[in-house]
Write a protein that binds this ligand. Structure first.
Ligand code: C2E
Ligand code: MG
Ligand code: MG
Ligand code: MG
Length: 280
């Protein structure tokens, strides 16, 4: 596990230390500095078509380039940022950076691929997300269909009316809406009834069962049937083993994402990955 092993070049905070209140306050202070200096970098993980294996979208995954700890993964600071409300300012940086990156790729003559942005509930409660996205798209002169939004069901729980109104307005602009981590929350099905989602991302805990557990496959097949009947595409998250790809292809899962396809990569790395797949 990355949290204990420091694989992938990531370093991390010692949880024993940061578990203490004083340490939490320290982390919060450092996070504040990180936000005002924008110490964040975005990595991008490809999502590919199950049939063609071409890249259909990139997921932006934020990392904190901490001055002494090195590259810190989101699980180490997003939960605290959500608690303290710092996620709002952090989220604005992410939206702006993604739009700036899409514009830079476009200027460089690289075929622009839509980028999917993770958004937490607090961001919806405290900001006019519709205006925020509109302004960022406008500032960087990129069309709305280059941006997608991923949200988990918890994002809809606080103020469903307001959140769906904003999401509907963004959807009308051409921004695709994705359900993230489907199957892990308490109200996944209720959420589908609230909004017109385009794409459903099945949580990696279901993907993990494929090939090992017959019941897991039955559940996955049922989710795909339901999603297709509702007019959504389905993405399997966390694809790590070739046999999972075979099963997912047989189940008509539309798109794949996971370490087997590609790890999250920096902006240059992901462009190399896209090129490699365009030629192959
Ligand atoms: P998520 O949106 O569900 O993103 C998928 C996570 O699974 C990513 O972790 C990704 O690196 C990891 N992953 C991808 N393929 C595999 C695989 O094959 N196996 C396994 N075990 N894991 C895989 P990451 O980058 O650490 O991000 C964790 C979470 O942090 C994200 O989960 C998302 O909820 C949150 N997050 C990341 N970036 C942002 C952001 O900009 N804003 C907000 N609000 N949340 C973010
Ligand atoms: Mg996501
Ligand atoms: Mg997910
Ligand atoms: Mg998640």
């Amino acid at each position: 596990d990355v949290k204990t092993g420091g694989k992938n070049g990531y370093r991390f905070f010692d949880p024993a230390f940061y578990g203490a209140l004083q340490a939490r306050q320290q982390l919060e202070k450092e996070l504040q500095a990180a936000i005002s200096e924008n110490q964040f970098v975005l990595h991008y993980q490809v999502r590919v078509s199950t049939i063609t294996r071409q890249v259909v979208s990139l997921e932006a995954l934020v990392r904190w380039n901490h001055p002494t700890a090195g590259l810190v993964r989101p699980d180490e600071f997003i939960p605290l940022a959500e608690e303290t409300g710092q996620i709002v300012a952090l989220g604005e940086l992410v939206v702006d950076s993604v739009c700036a990156q899409i514009a830079a790729w476009t200027r460089a003559g690289l075929a622009p691929v839509p980028v999917s942005i993770n958004v937490s509930s607090r961001q919806f409660n405290e900001r006019d997300m519709h205006a925020l996205f509109l302004q960022a798209l406008d500032r960087h002169a990129i069309p709305a269909h280059f941006v997608e939004i991923e949200l988990t069901e918890s994002a809809m729980l606080h103020d469903p009316q307001r959140t769906s109104a904003h999401l509907n307005a963004m959807h009308a602009l051409g921004i695709r809406l994705l359900v993230d981590d489907f199957g892990t929350g308490y109200s996944s099905l209720w959420m589908l009834q609230q909004l017109d989602f385009d794409i459903l991302k099945v949580d990696k805990s279901f993907t993990r069962l494929l090939g090992a557990d017959r019941q897991g496959e039955i559940l996955f097949a049922a989710i795909i049937t339901m999603a297709h009947a509702l007019g959504m595409k389905v993405v399997a998250e966390g694809v790590e083993r070739p046999e999972q790809v075979d099963i997912l292809a047989r189940l008509r899962c539309d798109e794949l994402q996971g370490y087997l396809i590609a790890r999250p990569l920096d902006a240059d790395g992901v462009q190399a990955e896209i090129r490699k797949r365009a030629i192959a």
